[in-house]
Design a protein around this ligand. Structure first.
Ligand code: NDP
Ligand code: GDR
Length: 356
């Protein structure tokens, strides 16, 4: 029998990969997207091509801050599985919009869980909550399911509420509700303001002569970067178990932002020479001496998370999950994709007689 999944945040990086993954497994996929004044479905347009020709892919307008719209969609779709991926997901932005972040990220999870109860879906529908390694904050690496939480941003504090309300509904009402505590995962369709994509876009733009320099914040931050394609499979596996539980997904290796830059620039044949320290630190092209990276303190955060490095032993043992794509492959895939993208954009601009 065809299973039906409902994905909130379907227009985001993970939503797009998960939708593709579930459609390939024969699911009917429904997604909730926000109304936007311009197109916001760029990551899933390739899945919508057959929408009017009977494919099992459907979009509904909604927002995690709007309980009635969520209830209406759940009542209509009555999904077997809900993946709650919707969030204001940018940590630094959460310092500027703490209240909205709490509403969308913390109360959003609660609204979905309550909607499931109200509609009599508590016993039949399985619920996945997109929890985050940001919950660990300053707790020393490696972090696992038993590491204490110490959130360091309004985003992390909101996700902490969502984590615990998911556990609470599981314990209080016996619902199949699971938290995936996912460490950073990236891809060529990662949002452009997250550091990895910001770097790979800049590397491509510098290679094509479209940008002079890249401005970054904290270069010392260490992150455990995996590939989104591997991580959405882990989300699905969590909802296929006999019993609901919480799992860390991570690669087990961390790299600094500086290290990510070194790998990304190496893809276009540039070796970086780092000079100075603190906000004066710069990186120059070792061959030419041209300055390529500078610090802009605007990108520092009021409180930072120094190192995230996950221990995914539980997911490996119980879900049979392990990441296939390593750090070097991830960086080279992202740079190559941004080179193709910017080159295509440049050709299009030329064709339309814009710029140059
Ligand atoms: P993105 O920022 O790429 O996508 C977020 C999605 O949520 C987008 O579809 C966005 O819509 C939607 N959204 C934002 N606010 C609302 C709202 N109020 N109502 C409905 N939809 C909303 O995030 P990712 O795909 O990278 O991450 C998916 C989830 O996993 C998020 O919850 C994130 O916090 C969490 N997470 C991500 C990790 C990562 O490394 N990627 C690691 C751990 C957790 P729009 O396109 O219109 O902006
Ligand atoms: P993060 O991702 O905060 O880990 O949250 P991000 O890529 O934004 O930052 C990673 C680290 O890089 C440092 N940094 C910069 N970050 C950005 N965005 N821009 C810069 O210019 C810059 N310079 C240095 C940051 O300070 C930070 O230490 C991501 C999101 O996907 C969350 O939703 C998710 O929960 C966590 O990963 C796990």
């Amino acid at each position: 029998m065809t299973k039906t999944a409902l994905i909130t945040g379907i227009t985001g990086q993970d939503g797009a990969y998960l939708a593709e993954f579930l459609l390939a497994r024969g699911y009917a996929v429904h997604g909730i997207k926000r109304r936007s004044s311009s197109f916001n479905t760029g990551r899933i347009d390739h899945l919508r091509i057959d929408e009017h020709a009977g494919s099992d892919f459907h979009l509904h307008h909604g927002d995690t801050t709007d309980a009635t719209a969520l209830i209406r969609t759940l009542a209509e779709v009555r999904p077997d599985e809900i993946y709650n991926l919707a969030a204001q997901s940018h940590v630094r932005v959460s310092f500027e919009m703490p209240e909205y972040t709490a509403n969308a990220d913390a109360l959003g999870a609660l609204r979905l869980l309550e909607a499931m109860r109200l509609l009599g879906l508590a016993e039949t529908t399985r619920f996945y909550q997109a929890s985050s390694s940001e919950l660990f904050g300053t707790s020393p690496a490696p972090q696992s399911e038993t590491t204490p939480f110490h959130p360091r941003s309004p985003y992390a504090a909101a996700k902490l509420y969502a984590y615990w309300i998911t556990v609470n509904y599981r314990e209080a009402y016996g619902m199949f509700a699971a938290n995936g505590i996912l460490f950073n995962h990236e891809s060529p369709i990662r949002g452009e303001t997250f550091v990895t994509r910001k770097i790979t876009r800049a590397v491509a733009a510098i290679a094509l002569g479209l940008q002079d320099r890249l401005y970054l914040g904290n270069l010392d931050a260490l992150r455990d970067w995996g590939h989104a394609r591997d991580y959405v499979e882990g989300m699905w596996l969590m909802l296929q178990q006999d019993r609901p539980d919480d799992y860390v997904l991570a690669t087990g290796r961390s790299h600094s932002v500086r290290d990510f830059c070194n790998h990304a620039f190496a893809q276009i044949g540039i070796t970086l020479d780092w000079r100075g320290s603190g906000v004066e630190e710069t990186a120059v092209d070792a061959a030419t001496g041209r300055c390529l990276i500078e610090i802009d303190p605007v990108y520092f955060r009021p409180s930072e998370v120094p190192e995230l490095r996950g221990d995914a032993s539980k997911a490996r043992a119980q879900l049979g999950w392990s990441p296939r794509i390593g750090f070097a492959e991830l960086v080279s895939e992202m740079v190559a994709a941004d080179l193709r993208l910017l080159e295509t954009e440049r050709l299009a601009r030329r064709a339309y007689g814009v710029l140059e």
